[in-house]
Structure formats: C-alpha cells, structure tokens
Ligand binder design. Structure first.
Ligand code: SF4
Length: 774
C-alpha cells in the first residue's frame, strides 16, 4: 500500500510507556505537594530513575530544584545519526552487552554529498561510504537497532514522522534532536558517550534546567512563518541565551501552529544553546499529524491523558506553573527575519535588511538558495514554496540563484513527488538533492565556480551558519531565512530584494510582484511510502552477526582506553593554543570531508582545532612550539603527544557551542589535552569533555584569559582533592610564563558531579562503565 510508509517496529513499540509515566508523576506529586509543574518538569521528572533521590537531595527538600538538582534520568529511546553513531557504537561494543536496553535507531544522513542531484549523489555516496554503512548496519542487526539506510532521510525528520510522541523522553546524538519537541517530547542532543548511558541502562545525568516560558499570542499570517518565531527569538536571546534552560512554549498562539512548524521552532532552539524546547500537547496540530503518520492510537492515548484532571495531566503545564523568565511574541505582528552571516543570532527583520546589508557591505547578489533540510522540509514548507514558484513560473521567471531542494525524508520526498510539488520545482530549474544533510553539513560540492577564500553569499532555510559550514569556504556568508523567503529571493538573486515590497522586471517591461505564500499542513491523500529500499530494518537482535572492523581500515578503528587521571595533581602541562573569539564544535572538529573519519579517532584527530584563531598570532590554525618553530594546531598536539607532553586549551565564551559532536572532546583527549580553561562552555560540550576525562574549568576572573599565552606551563592545585567528591567551587592553576619564567596563580571554577569525577579519575566514562563490569 503506497500510502502507508513502512516503519520496522509496531506502533505499540513506539508508544511512550504512559502507564509507567503517570505512576511516576503521581510519585512526583507526592514528593512535591502543592508545587505546580511546568510541562518540561512533568516529563523530565516522570523519567527519573529515583525521583526521591534526584528531587529531594541537595535541593532544600525540593524547594530549590532548578539549576541545583542532578536529575538521573531513564530516557525511553535513543536516535543516532551515522556520523556520531560510529563512535557511540564503538563505545557500546566495548561494554559487551547483547542488545540495547532501550529502543534505538540509526539514520544514515550526514555523509551524503550534494552535487549533481539525488540520482547521482546517493549511489556515489553509498559506494564511497560502504565500509561505514556496512559497519553500522551489522551493528544494528547484532544489537537490534532500527537501521535507516542512506536515502531514507534525515534523523530529525524520521524521528518526527515515526518515533516522537507527546510525553516521550529521548536522547539523540545530534544537537538538533530537540526538533521532536514540536510533538511534545523532551528530546535532548547529546554526545555518543551519553547515548551509551541510555543504551546500557545507566541513568543519564542532567543538571535540572531552568525553564524559560515563551508565550505566543496572535496568529501567523502572510509571509511570516514558524521559522521567524525562532529567528527573532535568537536575535533577542543570543547564542548563549538558552544555556541551562528548557524553552517551553505557551499561550494562545500555540494553537495556530502546525506540528511541523512547532518542530522547526524547537529544532533551532539549539541555536540559542537551550537544553531543549517543547510545545504542549496541542490537539488541533498533534492529533492530525499523528494520524497522518499512522499513529492514531498514540493520538487517542495522548488526548485521553490531556483530558484527565489536572494532577494527572502529563502533557500540558499545570496552571500556575512558574517560569524562571518569560518572553512574549505576538505572532500577528511578527515579520520575516534574516539571520546571519556567520552566527544564527545576528537577526535582522526583513524590512531593515536592505539597509543593514548595505551598511555592512555584504554582497549585493547571492549564488545559491537552498531549501529543505531537517529544519524546514515539511509538507507545509514545500507547498508554500511551491505556491511562490508557480507564481514566478507563470510570469515566465526562472530563479537567478541556483536553487536546491533537500527533502528531509523519503516520506516527504515521495509525497511531494506524487502531488506534483517536486515537478514544479524541477521545471523551474531547481535541483533536488538526496534526502540527507548534504550542504547543511559541508557535504556540498559546489559547481558554480566560487573558489575557496572568495567572499560570497548564499541563502538557506537551514538552522546553522557558522563559517565554513556549508561548502568549507569560511568566506561564504550563509543567511538563514524561511524557505518561503529563500525561494522568493532566489528569483531576484539579490540580497537587497524584499519580496513583500519589491518587484522583479519582466522581459515585456511589466513588473512581477509575489503574492504571499500559501500551502497545506498535511497531504490530503496521506503520506506516500516511497522507495521500498529506503525503509528501516526490523529491530531484532541477532547475536550471530559479526561486526568486522578491518585493522587496516582508515575509516574505522576500535577504541583504546584512555589513561586514568594521575594519583595527584596535573603538572607541567603546556598551553597548546589560546583561542580567540568564537570556538564552535566545527572549529574544534571540522565536518565536511572529515566526516568520513568519524569512526577512526587517530585519523580524524588530524583536524583538531584547525578552525581556531590563535590569540597570540591572530592566525587560523597556526601555533608555535617552545623553540619558536611554527606548526598547525594538530601537528603540534601530535608532536606533544609523541613527546608525552600534556596540554591545555585556553578559550573565551561559549566554548564548544554548536553541535553535540563528541569528537570535539575525544580528539583533544586522544592527543593529550587534559584541561580546557574557558570564560564559559556550551552545555553539551562541557558534558562531553567530562565523559572523555577532560576537565573543563572556567576563569573566576575573565581578565585572566589575557594573562596566558601559548607554551606557558600550567599545573593544577587542589583539583585532585576535588575529584574525590565533586561539587562547585574554585581551585587554582599555577602558571609559569614561557620565556620569562614568571609564576602566578589563576583561580578557576569547577562544576563536577560525583559521577563526573568518577569519569575523570577513571580516564573516561567508558573506562568507568567497563570497570563496573557493565
Ligand atoms: Fe543534518 Fe543539518 Fe539537520 Fe544537522 S542540522 S541533522 S546536518 S540537516
């Protein structure tokens, strides 16, 4: 039946354990009487391994939970994308278990190049990555993990269509996992080592987040889209504004949004550093979406829970729930926004963009408009863009910029293909890329002649725009916008074109002006299943399957355990680099061509910090050894590793922002990095560092950042004692300046749970799990 997409596991197996969750919620109510709960708290607390321990210990008997309590959580499910799944599985394999403790899925999406179109790019990528796909598929078969082959779609779209459900809690080895919050889940992006906690049934730790309410009022109309909600919020809150928070959407405006629109908003909550984002169960949006994705029974159960008396209602916030902070957005007044370049929080309302672009001397034209990806390839997105393309085609126009479409899943591709939307795009000259990440993650072979190092602009409906992210060219300015805006602007090819007010000249001297876009949230004929080869495999564990890793492989390497922490202080470390400015996980572990080495730690480590600017030299990827000879950062790190010289990195704010990429923690550890001292850290990365045995420390006085430089010698004072108990506090670094020999102390702050101290002392979380015999 072409209208029923295949999913390997039954709907029952994908239904959240509502009976258990409601039982736990009753227990939480008993422990925290008279305390109204936010939705985020309800779902998190009903997934606690031991609610009493997590909620009452060290929290003033439950009065002071947020930002204080350490929640030990038992997620319902894990999803992994192919790039991060390799390391997660290599780590899981070393635990020696026959199957995963919770349902899990692997999605082959990150390693597929966008170049000539899906028909050519997909087979080429499958051939080029065969060894890795074979590894992932065999591991999936052995451990009973659902395997979504290359071509099946992007992790977050597949999760939304198949696994997300109101009240679910899941972990995903990708920073945009919060996309599933659009369907009422707590979905959190983590590194592979954290995913392994859930896969082996160890409680997963999270410092209880604060909760920021975002109250939506009014109703979107015209050109304004769900993307503009989060784009404007990013401008208000900045890339650090969500750190330590869950963003919970409330208010009457919620009811005017579609489920996929909510997912777009939650997806980009990652851009403001939020732990995750969530919408309440919204019958008008969620019931039709669950039904159209063949999960009507989940819709019924969720509706029944949402209709139950307040104390038992798991799926919406209690009335009177308190938020640590509240922001109001009036959807009726929201205008489209354009964010960028180079950071997703540089947000400009469309009506100001012309002026701002001119003032900043941004390019007047742009070469490519790219729509789709995990962020914006819903049926509503595609049909709204189609309405614009039809208008332009009828006027005889073709896009001036290259126009690319990336469907988020085979289900959406097959559906818009069946319904004629894809043909409209292709007839207009659009190129349909594979159902995969492609240009969003550096897997883009540009054919328009733009050279590396050349200033140029592109417009995308993606979520992230760090330098070098799309085409490996750090000079490419990626302006983020709604797919509708990207589509309309592609017809002008100019960055100063405002489709709400400007027109495009036609050959006959007339002027063409776009009418506002319109579309359909869900396909009237239901979703199409698409290519049977792109369906997932059944999740049945088969212990007889051999997972072969060729010792000669340059793509996969079994992991060697890291050394434990010494029996005392860390002494004689040297500063490898003092990083200046933004340092994202892309900076620390670049993607693009390096993605192919995700399963081979020694090889991928050759990209360590290649995007970092040294504060000493102001140059990218250039540092000096003690004798003054210059090296690339990974060259010097490798040299010091060979010499047995441990090292530290000094950094500014929000170190490790961006993705859940655990390689950004693994690689420095592998090369001999022991400590990162920063002005502040991004949450996921800070956790990843601790799991790999690297100690993250923050400056007690930010000005001390300026006192350090490359090759300075650093030793810890008091850290070893701290590691026996953890907690929050301050220790010292003793710094001896390279050259002058001058010595001084730098106070630094630590924030370590007892478990995290255990990871660091054992050398890594995996070492500790292995020691415990799991
Ligand atoms: Fe893929 Fe880009 Fe989405 Fe990440 S953000 S999952 S790279 S499409």
């Amino acid at each position: 039946n072409d209208s029923i997409p295949a999913v390997a596991s039954s709907v029952e197996a994908r239904t959240p354990p509502y009976t258990l969750l409601l039982k736990r919620l009753r227990e939480v109510r008993r422990l925290l009487p008279n305390r109204p709960l936010t939705l985020a708290e309800k779902i998190l607390f009903s997934h606690l391994d031991n609610p009493e321990e997590s909620l009452l210990e060290g929290t003033n008997n439950g009065a002071d939970i947020r930002a204080r309590a350490t929640l030990k959580l038992k997620p319902d499910r894990v999803a992994m994308q192919d790039a991060s799944a390799q390391m997660a599985l290599l780590q899981f394999m070393s635990c020696g278990l026959p199957t995963t403790a919770v349902p899990a899925s692997i999605h082959c999406d990150h390693m597929i190049v966008g170049e000539k179109g899906a028909d050519t790019d997909l087979p080429n990528s499958i051939t080029g990555n065969k060894e890795v796909y074979d590894f992932l598929e065999s591991a999936a078969k052995k451990y009973g993990i659902e395997f979504w082959p290359p071509g099946a779609g992007i992790i977050h779209q597949a999760v939304l269509e198949n696994y997300a459900a109101p009240g679910l809690m899941m972990l995903g080895t990708d920073s945009h996992t919060p996309n599933a919050g659009g369907l009422g889940c707590i979905a959190i992006g983590v590194g592979g080592a954290d995913a392994v906690d859930a896969l082996v049934d160890a409680p997963w730790e999270l410092k209880a987040p604060k909760v920021r309410g975002v109250r939506l009022e009014g109703k979107l109309s015209g050109w304004a889209s769900p993307k503009d909600v989060i784009m404007s919020l990013a401008g208000r809150l900045t890339v650090r504004g969500g750190t330590g928070y869950i963003i919970e959407y409330t208010g009457p405006g919620v009811e005017s949004l579609s489920c996929t629109g909510m997912a777009t908003i939650c997806n980009m909550g990652a851009e403001i550093g939020a732990t995750t984002s969530i919408f309440p169960f919204t019958p008008s949006a969620h019931i039709p979406y669950l039904r159209s994705t063949h999960r009507g029974s989940i819709a019924e159960q969720a509706a029944a829970i949402a209709a139950s008396p307040g104390a038992h209602n798991l799926l919406v916030a209690d009335s009177g729930a308190e938020y640590d902070d509240e922001v109001v957005i009036n959807l009726s007044e929201l205008e489209p926004h354009i964010n960028g370049p180079f950071t997703p929080d540089l947000s400009t309302p469309l009506s100001h963009f012309k002026k701002v672009a001119k003032a900043n001397a941004w390019p007047e034209t742009f070469g490519a408009g790219l729509i789709g990806s995990c962020t914006n390839s819903s049926y509503a997105d595609m049909t709204r863009c189609e309405s614009l393309v039809r208008q332009a085609s009828e006027a005889g126009l073709k896009p001036k910029a290259d126009f690319f479409i990336t469907p988020g899943s085979e289900q959406i591709r097959a559906t818009v293909d069946r319904d004629g939307t894809m043909k409209t795009f292709e007839d207009a000259g659009g190129m349909v890329l594979a159902n995969a990440c492609g240009p969003c993650i550096g897997q883009w072979s540009r054919t328009d002649g733009v050279e590396k190092g050349e200033d140029n602009a592109i417009f995308t409906s993606y979520n992230r725009n760090f330098p070098g992210r799309n085409d490996g060219n750090r000079k490419t300015m990626n302006f983020l916008a709604s797919p509708e805006l990207v589509t309309a602007m592609s017809y002008s090819g100019r960055t100063d074109f405002n489709p709400l007010t400007d027109s495009i000249p036609l050959p006959d001297g007339q002027e063409f002006r776009f009418d506002p876009p319109h579309g359909t949230d869900l396909p009237g004929k239901g979703f199409a299943a698409g290519n049977p080869e792109f369906q997932p495999t059944p999740p049945v564990a088969d212990s007889s399957v051999e997972i072969a890793v060729d010792p000669q492989s340059d793509r996969l390497a079994l992991l060697e355990p890291f050394d434990p922490f010494p029996q005392g202080e860390l002494t004689g470390m040297k500063v490898l680099v003092r990083v200046k400015g933004q340092c994202t996980t892309d900076t620390i572990s670049a993607a693009g061509p390096w993605l192919k080495y995700k399963g081979h730690l020694p090889n991928i480590s050759e990209n360590t910090l290649i995007g970092a600017v040294s504060a000493d030299t102001n140059a990218v990827n250039s540092v000096a050894d003690v004798d003054g000879s210059t090296y690339t950062i990974p060259e010097l790190a490798s040299k010091w590793k060979a010499d047995g010289q441990p090292w530290v990195v000094i950094a500014e704010h929000n170190y490790g922002e961006g993705s859940a990429r655990e390689h950004a923690a693994l690689q420095p550890r592998y090369l001999g990095g022991r400590i990162i001292v920063a002005k502040s850290f991004a949450r996921i990365h800070e956790t990843n560092l601790k799991k790999q045995g690297v100690v993250p420390l923050t400056f007690a006085n930010e000005a001390d950042y300026d006192k350090l430089a490359g090759c300075d010698e650093v030793s810890t004072q008091g850290l070893y004692d701290v590691l026996s108990n953890g907690g929050n506090g301050t220790v010292s670094l003793v710094v001896k300046k390279h050259g002058s020999g001058e010595s001084f102390d730098v106070p630094v702050k630590f924030n370590l749970s007892k478990d995290q101290c255990g990871f660091i002392l054992a050398g890594s979380a995996l070492n500790l799990l292995s020691q415990r015999g799991r």
